[in-house]
Ligand binder design. Structure first.
Ligand code: NAI
Length: 398
């Protein structure tokens, strides 16, 4: 079959396996030419390894100087009668292939990271492939729900707290600007978002690994956060997601104390706003992303997930006498985004942007291109007119 992009609203319903391969290869190529990671970790567990920051971290740590072996956990699906499968499924397959070619171990565990079954599989994999210990745990899950012990779910909601907020999303299917007004979250929604995107599950993972003696001496853990400029605070930092991120920051301090027993550390790394499967859902954030991309590209400071991760590991987390943190002990890789001159220009663009001109004032082409790339489409060097043998795809395993 010929695989075409199928987009519903802000969700991609198809992915292109060859394009996903190319996107992974492009990231590998980038980290090989970037400032290398020195004194990096050798055995890494990545929760949320198949896309966005988690995948970029995995690529950076394997190919960007550390030569790490990795166990990656993700929730992805392969080809079935419903479709060709998710981009993350093919990212996992191709990453593993490339890692093995480079002589590295790459174990993919497909399952619900919130479930005890997946935890058991991970512990077993650490025993089997890592001689029982990990040097770094990356917590990069982005999910709309978290499974409870009894099989029910907590659900996250992206909403303001206290008062309504208006903002636009860009519907990627229709390429139209859609104004939305979000009512304030209920107490249950605030609680649900905390449970899904806050620090509790991260802490549970680290506790599990401590209890199973899987933490190596000097082991670190990081989770990713976002703060953003004031202009995004009503929907992000002051809303449900921001509440969950503050909880994640607090968890990093608690985990730092726990890991001190192993000469290790825990950090929350504050990253840049980027187009990922998860972020295109956030109302009000897309116009900001369009203005930010346009401005940072003009100024030559734009970074994607891979540039962010390589910089985080090579200039902040490893190879330094002291890990550079801010007054709240946060690792900041959002410094270029928050540069005052960048923010001044972003604010100016946003003040002019509306439904009639967002494609010109903002970097809509770049935004759309990146969204397509995430799903394996629109990549240079891929022959999209070529038929894909779906039966062959079914034989590939992550
Ligand atoms: P993403 O959607 O690209 O990746 C999420 C990963 O989590 C995927 O590998 C997915 O398979 C996995 N996952 C989701 N539910 C799972 C489950 N139940 N079990 C196992 N794996 C599961 O998301 P992205 O954007 O890379 O987000 C990762 C983290 O980075 C999040 O904490 C997010 O808040 C944070 N972040 C994102 C920013 C952005 O602009 N995209 C900015 C700053 C922080």
């Amino acid at each position: 079959m010929i695989i075409e992009p199928v987009i519903r609203g802000v969700i991609a319903r198809s992915s292109h396996p060859e394009g996903c391969k190319k996107a992974v290869d492009n990231q590998i190529e980038y980290v090989k030419s970037a400032t290398p990671i020195k004194d990096g970790p050798k055995r890494v567990l990545i929760l949320g390894a198949s896309s966005g920051f988690g995948l970029a971290a995995r690529i950076a740590l394997t190919f960007g100087g550390a030569e790490a072996d990795t166990i990656g956990v993700s929730f992805e699906h392969g080809p079935s009668e419903k479709g060709v499968g998710s981009a993350g499924w093919y990212n996992n397959i191709h990453f593993k292939h490339r890692a093995q070619q480079a002589g590295r171990q790459a174990i993919n565990i497909i399952g619900d990271a919130y479930s005890s079954e997946t935890r058991e599989q991970v512990i077993e994999a650490i025993e089997t492939y890592f001689e029982g210990e990990v040097d770094l745990i990356i917590y990069s899950l982005a999910s709309g729900r978290r499974t409870k012990e009894d099989g029910n779910y907590w659900h996250s909601a992206i909403k303001p707290i206290g008062e309504s907020v208006s903002g636009a999303i860009i519907n990627l299917e229709t390429q139209k600007w859609e104004n939305t007004t979000l009512a304030p979250a209920t107490d249950d929604e605030i609680e649900g978002t905390l449970k899904v995107m806050g620090g509790q599950d991260w802490e549970n993972w680290i506790d599990t690994l401590i209890n199973t003696d899987s933490i190596a001496n000097g082991c670190k853990t990081i989770a990713f956060s976002y703060i953003g400029p004031e202009i995004t605070h009503p929907i992000y930092l002051d809303g449900t997601l921001g509440r969950a991120k503050v909880d994640l920051h607090q968890t990093s301090h608690a985990l730092n104390l726990e890991l001190a027993h192993f000469n290790g550390n825990a950090y929350a790394a504050v990253c840049k706003a980027l187009v990922t499967k998860a972020s295109v859902f956030i109302p009000g954030l897309t116009p900001y992303l369009l203005a930010l991309y346009k401005t940072m590209k003009e100024q030559g400071t734009h970074e994607g997930c891979i540039e962010q991760m390589q910089r985080l590991f090579s200039t902040k987390l490893y190879g330094q006498d002291k890990v550079p943190v801010d007054g709240e002990r946060l690792l900041r890789v959002d410094d270029l985004e928050l540069d005052p001159e960048i923010q001044r220009q972003v604010a100016e663009r946003l003040s002019q942007m509306d439904e009639s001109n967002f494609k010109e004032i903002g970097d809509f082409d770049g935004f759309q291109q990146e969204f397509l790339n995430l799903n394996g489409f629109g990549l240079e060097g891929v022959d999209y007119a070529k038929r894909t043998d779906v039966d062959k795809l079914k034989t590939l395993t992550p």
